[in-house]
Write a new protein. Structure first.
Length: 505
């Protein structure tokens, strides 16, 4: 992939995305990484489409992120109508840059140009440019803009009075281009999506098309303003909210929201033509009532007819969300939602238990009684080793062995291996058996460092096994050669008597 166009597109498309995400107080810095969880990409789609997409608001595991991306792609295909070829959710998760740039470009064509045929949109935009500045005979969106003069001329033609041309030209491409870009920014409010250096030295067709299209939008806006000064009635109609057309949407109104987890919804003010009123100043009132009290919320007027509302429910149970404009309910308000309980916290430390092996007969592992386990664990935690005497047994923690000081086995006292168990697997009998301490260390390190988004493998009994974690937090062990239909063996972290559990802090 040629490097010269990647960097300009990366900057331009990131700025275009941020120009929309600012409505939700979000800013991304890297398209390759910031779409990975699916959250920011879904925010972008919701803003562009004025629709809500079901997704996991707090994806902790890979499976949650991939599910979010799959939902987003399904929305792109079925609702937006994008023709997604050679790109899938996995490309956003893995950060495949050229495919991500291509996807954003499709969204720009759809929502900025109102179409998906790049050649047709380019011909129409070129025709508009040559109608506005015919003397420049613009034939493309690359080399014909490099001297910087066309940008200045376009800005002055769309909104006269900014520059005195050609007197203001410095006949230096960088200086002239900078003058045009800054004038468009300061006098017309056009965000400089493309760097001056990129326009002059590294012009990219898609980036320039996106940037120039904002000049056409500005012309349309100014024309509308002139028409509206004549048609005051139409202006009043366009700027007057129609309460029956206003909509409210977002994850907060659906299922799956949890206590103490922030969620959100968007309020969109629309007129009788069912068009979003692109102006600020429409004050909404929100009331969110839980089982015991009202929830605090934050509402941001984005200045484009939308309000972004966030809140954090304090507890689980039934909640009512009321949204009003001019003290009248809008968007099917009130909304009755159910907030789920706060998820059980993950332990930062599994509860350990000591086991001895029936070395001479069944080969099975048996847990020490709780009182004996506490004595052994205290010795281990305080000193890391040493000896504990319990009844007729001598527990050597350093050597990991239990010696029966009364019962002999042939020529020596009966000695059995012991192990400190923190992770357990389901054996052939259905019993939960402790892993070796080495494997426990491997699994615990993977858990603490959030590495279970991939299979965690190890060797046990001269065979390679691996453990996978599922969306509900459970674990299973498989053989390396297992196929997709293999049931797998249950794996647990932490121990309490015969009940295996996650310890709460």
């Amino acid at each position: 992939m040629s490097a010269y166009w990647v960097e300009p597109q990366r900057k331009t498309f990131t700025r275009w995305v941020n120009s929309h995400l600012k409505n939700r107080n979000i800013e991304i810095t890297d398209l390759r990484k910031d779409f990975k969880t699916g959250i920011n990409f879904i925010h972008l789609l919701e803003i562009l489409s004025s629709e809500s997409i079901k997704h996991n608001l707090k994806p902790r595991f890979e499976v949650h992120m991939r599910e979010n991306l799959a939902n987003a792609f399904e929305f792109c295909h079925k609702k937006v109508g994008l023709k997604l070829v050679n790109i899938g959710p996995e490309d956003l998760y893995e950060g495949t840059e050229h495919l991500i740039l291509g996807l954003v470009w499709q969204l720009i064509l759809k929502y900025k140009f109102q179409g998906q045929n790049q050649s047709e949109e380019m011909r129409e935009l070129l025709a508009w440019v040559n109608r506005v500045i015919p003397e420049y005979k613009i034939k493309n969106f690359t080399s014909d803009w490099q001297n910087g003069k066309a940008i200045c001329a376009l800005a002055e033609a769309v909104q006269p009075g900014q520059l005195t041309l050609p007197r203001d030209f410095k006949n230096d491409p960088m200086s002239d281009c900078k003058m045009g870009v800054e004038s468009a920014r300061d006098k017309m409010g056009i965000v400089p999506l493309v760097d001056v250096e990129d326009i002059v030295k590294f012009p990219d067709q898609n980036s320039m098309m996106t940037y120039v299209s904002y000049f056409r939008d500005r012309e349309e806006f100014l024309k509308t303003q002139k028409v509206n000064t004549v048609k005051q009635e139409d202006l009043l109609l366009d700027s007057t909210p129609d309460l029956s057309k206003c909509i409210v949407y977002g994850p907060a109104l659906g299922a799956g929201n949890e206590a103490e987890q922030e969620t959100y919804f968007t309020v969109e003010i629309r007129n009788a033509k069912d068009k979003k009123i692109l102006a600020p100043g429409h004050e909404i009132s929100v009331k969110i009532t839980g089982p015991r009290s009202q929830s605090q919320y934050k509402a941001n007027d984005n200045g484009d007819g939308t309000h972004y509302v966030t809140f954090t429910p304090e507890m689980d149970g039934n909640h009512v969300i009321e949204v009003r404009l001019n003290n009248i309910p809008i968007g099917n308000s009130p909304f009755h939602i159910t907030i789920l309980g706060k998820p059980k916290p993950l332990s930062t430390k599994p509860k350990p238990h000591w086991f001895f092996q029936d070395f001479y007969e069944t080969k099975s592992w048996f847990p020490f009684p709780q009182n004996e386990n506490s004595l052994i664990e205290k010795q281990f935690e305080d000193y890391g080793g040493g000896v504990v005497s319990i009844n007729e047994f001598r527990i050597d923690i350093s050597k990991r062995e239990q010696v029966n000081t009364v019962k002999r086995h042939i020529i020596h006292f009966e000695t059995k291996p012991i192990v400190r168990g923190t992770w357990f697997w389901e054996d052939d009998k259905g019993d939960m058996t402790p892993y070796s301490e080495e494997i426990c260390t491997i699994l615990e390190c993977a858990y603490q460092n959030n590495l279970f988004n991939k299979n965690v493998s190890f060797t046990m009994g001269k065979k390679v096994r691996y453990v996978s974690q599922f969306p509900d937090g459970s674990f299973k062990q498989y053989r390396q050669s297992s196929n997709a239909s293999t049931k797998g063996r249950r794996v647990e972290r932490g121990f309490a008597g015969d009940v295996l559990y996650f310890e709460e802090e």
